[in-house]
Design a protein around this ligand. Structure first.
Ligand code: UDX
Ligand code: ADP
Length: 463
C-alpha cells in the first residue's frame, strides 16, 4: 500500500483524487485543506463543487480508501506521494502583478512538506504553475540537512469543468514530467503505474519537467486562441453578410483545422485560460521574447474586446441607452453544466451594463450564489432570480450569456408577452432559434450573424 496525499481540496484535487482512488483500491488516499468548512463539505452529502458523476465516485470511495482531513502536518508525515493542488491565482501585487502566478501558497506548502517530513517523498505539481516552478520547489525541498530527498514531478491536469470525471476516466493523454536522473525516472515510473490502473500505457506521456509544465500552458493557450480567432471573425461577420456558423462549419470541415472549439461566443471564461495565457506572456517577457509575448497577449485582449463589444452592441441597439431599463441576464456560469463563475463573461457584461445604469436581473440554474459573491460590491444594484420567467418579466431585453440547454427549451411566447415592447434578445451563445424568436416578435441579435429586427435604422430585416 502507498500513502497518497493531496494538498488542496479545491476543484483540481477534489475532482481528480476520488477518480484515482476508485481505480487504486489498494492504496490509501487523503485529501487535506486549510479550509475547514470545505473539508466538512467534502465529508457531507453536499459536496463543495458540482461536477457530474463526482458524487457517485466520492460515495463509492469515501471512508474506504479516500479520506478528507484538515490535519495537514500529520498526513504529510505519513505520505509517500504528495500531490499539490493548492491555488495559484494571478499575482495582484508587486513584480508581475496581473500576469505572473502568485506562488505564495505553493511555497508555503513546500516549506510545510519539508518541516513535517521524516522520509523521502515524491512531490507532484498538480496545479498549473509557470515553467521552472518545479525547479524552485526542488531547491526548497532539497535544502534540508537531514538526508531526505524529494523527487518533484509535474503532472498537469487537462480536465474541463462539467466533463471532469468523464475526462479523467478516459483521458486523451496523461502527462508526467520528471528529471532524467535515475531517481527521477523511478519516481515517474511510480506515477505511471498509478495511472496505468485504468489508462492505456500509450496514452501516458512522459517528458522532461519543463516540457510538461509548458505543455499545460500551451494547451490552454491554443484552445483559447481558437475561440478568440473565431470571435474576431464574428465581429467581421456582423459587419458583412457572412454568417459565423456557416464560416465555422466550412473551415472546421478541413481535418487539419477540425470543428471543435469554433463556437463563437460572448467570450471565454473559466479559471484557466486567461491565467495560463498571462503566465505564458510573463514567461516570454522574462526570457526576452516581447514579440512572442504580444502574440499570445492578443488572445486575451481579443476576448476582452468581445465582451465589451457585446455589451456595447446591446446599448447601441436599444436606442443608445439602457439607463433604468430592466435587463435579464440568462446565465452567470462561465459555461454550461458548472456553478463556476470565475472569469465568466456574464460578469463582465453585467458590470458593463451597470456602468450604463441598467437595472440587472440575473438568473442561472446553479451559479447564482457564486455570482452574488463575485459581484458583492454591486449587491444593491442586481436582483438574483432563479426562475428565468420571473427574471424576464417586465424586462426590455434578455441576454443569453451561458449556453445552458434549458434556455433553448423555454416558452418564448410566454416570455415575450411578459416583456416591455419592443422586446430584445441578445444571444451571446447562438443558442436559440433566431428565426422563431423573430416570428414571435423579438428583435434578435445573435453573435456573428445579421440581426433580425423590425426596427428601422437599427439593423436589417432578414428572412
Ligand atoms: C479548460 C480546458 O478545456 C481544460 O483542458 C483545462 O484543463 C482547463 O481549462 P474549462 O475552463 O473547464 O477547461 O472550460 P472549456 O470547456 O475549455 O471552456 C472555456 C471557455 O470557453 C468557456 O467559457 C466556454 O463557454 C468557452 N468556449 C468554449 C467558447 O466560447 N467557444 C467554444 O467553442 C468552446
Ligand atoms: P483549483 O481550481 O486550482 O483546484 P481552488 O481554489 O478550487 O483551485 O482550490 C485550491 C484549494 O487549495 C483551496 O481549497 C485552498 O483552501 C487550498 N489551499 C491553499 N493553500 C493551502 C495550503 N497551504 N494548505 C492546504 N490547502 C491549501
Amino acid at each position: 500500500m502507498t500513502n497518497i496525499l493531496c494538498i488542496g481540496a479545491g476543484y483540481v484535487g477534489g475532482s481528480t483524487m476520488p477518480v484515482i482512488a476508485s481505480h487504486c483500491p489498494e492504496h490509501r488516499f487523503v485529501i487535506v485543506d486549510i479550509n475547514e468548512s470545505r473539508i466538512a463539505a467534502w465529508q457531507s452529502d453536499q459536496l463543495p463543487i458540482y461536477e457530474p458523476g463526482l458524487e457517485e465516485i466520492v460515495h463509492q470511495t469515501r471512508g474506504k480508501n479516500l479520506f478528507f482531513s484538515t490535519e495537514i502536518n500529520r498526513h504529510i508525515a505519513e505520505a509517500d506521494i504528495i500531490f499539490v493542488s493548492v491555488n495559484t491565482p494571478t499575482k495582484t501585487f508587486g513584480q508581475g502583478a496581473g500576469r505572473a502566478a502568485d506562488l505564495q501558497f505553493w511555497e508555503k506548502t513546500a516549506r510545510q512538506i519539508l518541516e513535517n517530513s521524516t522520509s523521502s517523498k515524491i512531490v507532484v505539481e498538480k496545479s498549473t504553475l509557470p515553467v521552472r516552478t518545479a525547479e524552485a520547489m526542488e531547491r526548497i525541498l532539497n535544502s534540508n540537512g537531514n538526508g531526505l530527498y524529494f523527487d518533484v514531478l509535474s503532472n498537469p491536469e487537462f480536465l474541463a469543468e462539467g466533463t471532469a470525471i468523464r475526462d479523467m476516466q478516459n483521458p486523451n493523454r496523461v502527462l508526467i514530467g520528471g528529471r532524467q536522473t535515475e531517481s527521477g525516472r523511478k519516481a515517474v515510473e511510480k506515477l505511471v503505474e498509478l495511472y496505468a490502473h485504468w489508462v492505456p500505457r500509450d496514452r501516458i506521456i512522459t517528458t522532461n519537467l519543463w516540457s510538461s509544465e509548458l505543455s499545460k500552458l500551451v494547451a490552454n493557450a491554443f484552445l483559447a486562441q481558437r475561440i478568440s480567432s473565431i470571435n474576431s471573425i464574428s465581429a467581421l461577420c456582423e459587419k458583412t453578410e457572412a454568417n459565423i456558423s456557416e464560416v465555422a462549419n466550412a473551415i472546421g470541415r478541413d481535418e487539419r483545422i477540425g470543428h471543435r472549439f469554433l463556437q463563437a461566443s460572448v467570450g471565454f471564461g473559466g479559471s484557466c485560460f486567461k491565467k495560463d495565457i498571462l503566465n505564458l506572456v510573463y514567461l516570454c517577457e522574462h526570457y526576452g521574447l516581447p514579440e512572442v509575448a504580444r502574440y499570445w497577449e492578443q488572445v486575451v485582449l481579443m476576448n476582452e474586446f468581445q465582451e465589451r463589444r457585446f455589451a456595447a452592441n446591446m446599448v447601441a441597439s436599444m436606442f443608445n441607452t439602457v439607463a433604468g431599463k430592466r435587463i435579464a441576464l440568462f446565465g452567470a456560469a462561465f459555461k454550461a453544466n458548472t456553478s463556476d463563475t470565475r472569469e465568466s463573461p456574464a460578469l463582465a457584461v453585467c458590470r458593463a451594463l451597470l456602468e450604463e445604469k441598467a437595472q440587472i436581473v440575473m438568473t442561472d440554474p446553479y451559479a447564482l450564489e457564486n455570482a452574488c459573491q463575485d459581484l458583492e460590491d454591486l449587491e444593491s444594484r442586481i436582483t438574483y432570480e432563479p426562475d428565468p420567467y420571473a427574471a424576464a418579466k417586465n424586462a426590455h431585453a434578455i441576454a443569453i450569456l451561458t449556453e445552458w440547454p434549458q434556455y433553448a427549451e423555454l416558452d418564448y411566447e410566454r416570455i415575450y408577452s411578459s416583456m416591455v415592447k419592443p422586446a430584445f434578445i441578445f444571444d451571446g451563445r447562438n443558442l436559440l432559434d433566431h428565426r422563431k424568436l423573430f416570428e414571435i416578435g423579438f428583435n434578435v441579435y445573435p453573435i456573428g450573424k445579421p440581426a433580425r429586427t423590425r426596427l428601422v435604422n437599427h439593423g436589417t430585416e432578414t428572412d
